[in-house]
Every structure is written in structure tokens, then in C-alpha cells.
Design a protein around this ligand. Structure first.
Ligand SMILES: C[S@@+](CC[C@H](N)C(=O)[O-])C[C@H]1O[C@@H](n2cnc3c(N)ncnc32)[C@H](O)[C@@H]1O
Length: 340
């Protein structure tokens, strides 16, 4: 019998045949070896089944495990250990199946995002956990716009925010709205060496603060600081801090009420001077998001903001089944200030 080691790519013949009643250890090792790494859209190919293993064969193999009673583990006893082992195998096989079913079915995963940081001469690697997508908790996923904007942060600072990063500006504080998993706010704190307050709804906080904690050391080594807290756009009255020099939000609008709410947050929390800036990035997914973007621009102008700079970037996301999608239209970003 071949027992696979962790990290060793199995060959078809090495996958334990269920008819031969494989041991818990060999089945478990095989399932560990079939893990697919989540993609972080860095241009490297998505992790695939080991060479020689047909994905259809792997799916059938996994299906045969979850639908097997694994009776030989039982060996006549209803021992707790035995039952626990069967559960472990079923659970791991289900996880491997979910990994092969596209983003919505993915179990919890942790991705590493490499963001260019010219100041360090290389890239910074941010570790971001994403819980399974449940209900309408869109903040449990790192969205394409967030990755695109995180990659653009250095460029934006040089071209559009440099006036804030000189010695005459003693301290800059940034607020992120609808942080989700936190990639943009965390990367901004590190790349711009500033304190960033990341915010989102209460139900997003546990994961967001976990990601903040995971990346604190990296951010602080770059001279930044990160904290997360709740800020619900529908109820901002109790939020204690105002007058942020920078406000940012990536992909914050997916409901008709959002353009007005997001603009209201900027109006409420952006420092009222000519230097303060709001950076908003919106994916142009479909007619609805394009309409919300247009509404947002109208509302911002009506509230007394000027559009200083804007652009479009190619965006990637992982909505295509089992793969990463380039969303053609990309995302629109804009930098706003108070009108003079
Ligand atoms: C599409 S996700 C984008 C998350 C993250 N910025 C990214 O790009 O990966 C939109 C985010 O807005 C947050 N959000 C929606 N309504 C909100 C509200 N009323 N107050 C605060 N955050 C809200 C969601 O919880 C979610 O995290």
C-alpha cells in the first residue's frame, strides 16, 4: 500500500482504491494532497489537480468517498474514535469537492496578496482570510476592485496625494468605508505608512479584525497602523472620530441606497479643508453599477465635492466557475475633494 506524504502530488494509481478498504491514514493523506490552493489573481496559474489526474476522475473519486459508508473503519464497533474518523474523511472530501466548485461554494480560505511596494524595492505579502460566503455577507470576499486598487495605491499617492505626504502635514488619518476583508485599508496603511481605521457592518467585524491582527506586524514594520471598528452607514451618529484627511472605499455600492449613503459618509467624515481627499473605486459590472456610479457622481457634486481625477482599470474577479474572470469593463476610480 502506498501512503502519500503531505505536499506530495498523488498519481492516479496512488489514490487509495475504496474497494481495497484503505486505512484512515492513507485516505486522509490522499485527500490532503488533493487540496487546491485558492487563487489570488497574481498572474500565476490557479492551482490545479496534479499532472496526470483528470479533474473529472478526481471529482468522481471524491464523490465516491462522500457517498461511501466507509464501513471497514467501523470494524463492528460504534466506537467514538471510529465515527470521528469517518466524519473527518467525509468532511475533508466535501471540502475538496467545494474547492472545485467555484467561489460561492468555497469553504473558508486564506489568500496571500502580493502588492508592489516600490519603497521596499519589492512587494508586500498580505494574508487575508475569507470566510465561506453566507447570506448576503459580501464583506466575506476580497473583491476584484480591492485587489486592483491595492495595486494602484503607490501610483495614486505619487500622482494625486503627494501634497498630503510632506513634512508640513503633521499627521494623516485615513478611514476606509465597507472594508470587507480589509485588503485595501491594510495595504494603504503599509504602503502610505499612515494610520487607517477600517470599518464595516457588525457581522463583518470578527473576520475583519482577525485580518487586521494577522497583518499588524507587517503594517507596523512599514510605519503604518491599522484598527477596525463598526461603522454602519445607516447609523453613523455614534461614530466618535471625524475629520479624516483621506477616506477610501472599494466596491461599496450594490444597492440603490448606497450612492447616497456613501456620499453622506464622505460628507460627514472628510476633513473640511482643501487638502482632504476621498478615493472611491467602483466595478462597472453591469447597467446597475454604472447607474449607481452616475448617481454617486451627481450626489457628490450636489454636496459640494469636486472630481479631481478619475480613471479605469482592468479588474479581475473569481465569479467564473472554477476560474478567475477578467471583467472586461474593469473598475472606475475617482478622487474627490471639497470644492473651493
Ligand atoms: C462588495 S463588498 C466590498 C468589500 C471590500 N471593500 C472589497 O472590495 O473587497 C461591499 C462592502 O460594503 C459593506 N457595506 C454594505 N452596506 C453597508 C453599510 N450600511 N454600512 C457599512 N458597510 C456596509 C459590506 O458589508 C461589504 O463589506
Amino acid at each position: 500500500m502506498v501512503v502519500l506524504k503531505l505536499g506530495q502530488a498523488p498519481q492516479p494509481k496512488q489514490l487509495p482504491n475504496l474497494r481495497s478498504k484503505p486505512s484512515f491514514a492513507s485516505l486522509y493523506a490522499a485527500l490532503e494532497c488533493l487540496a487546491l490552493q485558492p487563487d489570488s489573481w497574481t498572474g500565476t496559474p490557479k492551482s490545479q489537480d496534479p499532472e496526470g489526474l483528470d479533474p473529472k476522475f478526481v471529482n468522481q473519486y471524491l464523490l465516491s468517498i462522500v457517498s461511501s459508508e466507509l464501513t471497514w473503519f467501523q470494524d463492528g464497533s460504534e466506537d467514538v474514535m471510529v465515527l470521528d474518523r469517518r466524519d473527518k474523511i467525509w468532511e475533508l472530501a466535501s471540502k475538496r469537492m467545494a474547492e472545485r466548485c467555484g467561489r460561492t461554494a468555497m469553504p473558508e480560505m486564506t489568500r496571500t496578496w502580493l502588492i508592489p511596494a516600490p519603497i521596499t524595492g519589492s512587494s508586500l505579502a498580505f494574508t487575508i482570510r475569507e470566510p465561506p460566503l453566507t447570506g448576503d455577507n459580501l464583506g466575506f470576499k476580497t473583491w476584484g476592485t480591492a485587489f486592483t486598487m491595492a495595486q494602484k495605491l503607490d501610483d495614486l499617492r505619487t500622482k494625486h496625494l503627494s501634497h498630503l505626504f510632506n513634512e508640513q502635514t503633521p499627521s494623516i488619518r485615513a478611514l476606509e468605508l465597507g472594508s470587507g476583508t480589509g485588503l485595501v485599508g491594510i495595504a494603504a496603511a503599509a504602503l502610505w505608512s499612515i494610520p487607517v481605521l477600517l470599518t464595516d457592518l457588525p457581522e463583518i467585524q470578527v473576520n475583519l479584525s482577525y485580518n487586521v491582527l494577522q497583518n499588524t506586524q507587517l503594517v507596523e514594520a512599514q510605519g503604518g497602523r491599522i484598527i477596525s471598528t463598526v461603522l454602519d452607514w445607516n447609523d453613523p451618529s455614534a461614530f466618535p472620530i471625524h475629520d479624516f484627511e483621506i477616506i477610501m472605499a472599494a466596491d461599496p455600492m450594490y444597492d440603490d441606497a448606497h450612492p447616497e449613503l456613501v456620499a453622506h459618509m464622505i460628507e460627514t467624515f472628510l476633513k473640511r479643508n482643501e487638502d482632504a481627499r476621498a478615493l472611491i473605486a467602483v466595478p462597472l459590472r453591469d447597467q446597475k453599477t454604472k447607474q449607481m456610479t452616475a448617481t454617486f457622481q451627481e450626489v457628490m457634486t450636489g454636496k459640494g465635492f469636486s472630481l479631481l481625477a478619475q480613471g479605469q482599470e482592468i479588474c479581475r474577479d473569481d465569479w467564473k466557475e472554477n476560474d478567475v474572470e477578467e471583467t472586461g469593463a474593469g473598475c472606475w476610480w475617482a478622487i474627490w475633494s471639497w470644492a473651493r
